[in-house]
Write a protein that binds this ligand. Structure first.
Ligand code: TYD
Length: 201
């Protein structure tokens, strides 16, 4: 695998989506092939699972398993082939989201998630993860200005505080993989930080 696997994470409303395409353009400008994708999603089947995950009421166990089912498809059909040919894969959310949302947010035991992680992609981890960090109440204000809420975005502030803390635990467990971005910073400052960080990936 010659490529690089980069993920973007954060609670809903932290603003990561604004920066992903721009980041991809910066890397492309260096002459590298970049594939931008997202989770859950990224293949026709995984996008159908996304539709179910964002709208259908379901048990937390089914939610967790479907996240990993979508992830397995995504890895086999898109992420691994792209990395194998030397491309950089820039993914909007990955397994850190499952630890934060299903684990810290909904209470799925961490060792269950770790077991699924090992099964689905034990030998592959992101080379770099950008975490957009923002207090849950500010993120809620930003979301209120955007579109209609899906099944996750409709959760209360306490849920998103737990998710935020879950992300922090992920950073503490693998500090070398993460760049934590204060999402309250002006957009231009965040762009500069992203730009400067590319060389160290
Ligand atoms: P999101 O990036 O917020 O999509 P959009 O910006 O289009 O709304 O992702 C969709 C939701 O999926 C988000 O609320 C978090 C949730 N999610 C999980 O709960 N667990 C996971 O493992 C993943 C990948 C996403």
């Amino acid at each position: 695998m010659n490529g690089r696997f980069i993920t973007f994470e954060g609670i809903d409303g932290a603003g990561k989506s604004t920066h992903i395409e721009w980041f991809a353009q910066q890397v492309r400008a260096r002459g590298v092939e970049v594939v931008v994708t997202r989770e859950p999603g990224g293949t026709p089947l995984a996008e159908r699972l996304r539709g179910l995950l964002l709208t259908e009421p379901m048990s937390v166990e089914a939610e967790t398993l479907l996240m990993f089912a979508a992830r397995r498809e995504h890895l086999l059909a898109l992420i691994r082939p792209a990395l194998a040919r030397g491309a950089w894969v820039v993914c909007d959310r990955f397994t850190d989201s499952t630890y934060a949302y299903q684990g810290s947010g909904r209470g799925v035991p961490t060792d269950r998630i770790a077991e699924l992680e090992r099964w689905v992609h034990g030998d592959l981890q992101p080379h770099r993860t950008y975490l957009f960090d923002l207090p849950a109440d500010l993120a809620a204000q930003r979301r209120a200005d955007a579109r209609a809420a899906d099944r996750f975005e409709g959760e209360d502030i306490a849920f998103f505080e737990r998710v935020r803390n879950g992300y922090r635990a992920r950073v503490d467990a693998s500090p070398g993989r993460f760049v934590v971005i204060d999402a309250r910073e002006p957009i231009d400052n965040i762009k500069k930080l992203l730009q400067d960080s590319i060389l160290s990936i």
